[in-house]
Design a protein around this ligand. Structure first.
Ligand SMILES: *[C@@H]1O[C@H](CO)[C@@H](O)[C@H](O)[C@H]1NC(C)=O
Ligand SMILES: *[C@@H]1O[C@H](CO)[C@@H](O)[C@H](O)[C@H]1NC(C)=O
Length: 191
């Protein structure tokens, strides 16, 4: 009877742990004690990995873009990205609403109506940041994306390695990971 009880307890515990493990794996981790004020300012998008069909088609044509991160009035972030498109500099602003935990944000695309969860997985604020985005409930298919932000246009090899490792743990294959080539165009001088 005691043996049966132990077996049963064991199975229950295994079951609980199994559930916990799947939850942990489903969500990317988060920078502990995230400090939003230190995350502000200019970043270069120097690495990307995504399984969206848009990315698969365009990845070889992409070049590095600049994002300026500013605080938004609701406590979230105003992300202004400048990039080169058909030889012209274009600017897009994304407003990231704050989510329950510092470092987590949500973004609703006004165009597609899709909701994206954006989280800062790891950053040292001064050199790099690893971001993870999961897009859900869109018109198209769900997608996920890993982004490498770098304070300079030439991230160190160790930082690139960190990004590759991170993207692989999120399930991206080597061919889905790209480092964007540096460009002199569309780099804002001030800020
Ligand atoms: C976001 O930042 C851009 C660039 O500084 C600015 O033009 C825009 O008004 C800001 N939007 C909001 C809602 O704060
Ligand atoms: C991308 O990956 C996510 C998470 O693994 C999956 O739910 C989604 O269906 C994939 N989307 C495409 C377009 O392959």
């Amino acid at each position: 009877m005691a043996a049966l009880h132990t077996l049963w307890m064991g199975l229950v515990l295994l079951g609980v742990l199994g559930v916990l493990q799947t939850r942990v794996q489903a969500q990317a981790s988060l920078q502990p004690n995230f400090q939003q004020d230190k995350f502000l300012g200019r970043w270069f998008t120097s690495g990307l990995a995504s399984n969206s069909s848009w990315f698969r088609e365009k990845k070889s044509a992409l070049s590095m873009c600049t994002s300026v991160v500013a605080p938004a009035t609701d406590g979230g972030l105003n992300l202004t990205t400048t990039f080169l498109r058909r030889d012209q500099c274009e600017t897009r602003t994304l407003l990231l609403r704050p989510a329950e935990t510092p470092g987590c944000y949500s973004y609703t695309s006004p165009h597609w109506g899709s909701t994206h969860d954006v989280r800062v997985v790891e950053t040292n604020y001064e050199e790099y940041a690893l971001l993870y985005t999961a897009g859900t409930r869109g018109l198209g298919q769900d997608f996920h994306m890993a982004t490498l932000y770098s304070r300079t246009q030439t991230p160190r090899a160790e930082v690139k390695e960190k990004f590759t490792t991170f993207a692989k743990t999120r399930g991206f294959t080597e061919d889905a990971i790209v480092f964007l080539p540096k460009t002199d165009k569309c780099v804002e001088e001030h800020s």
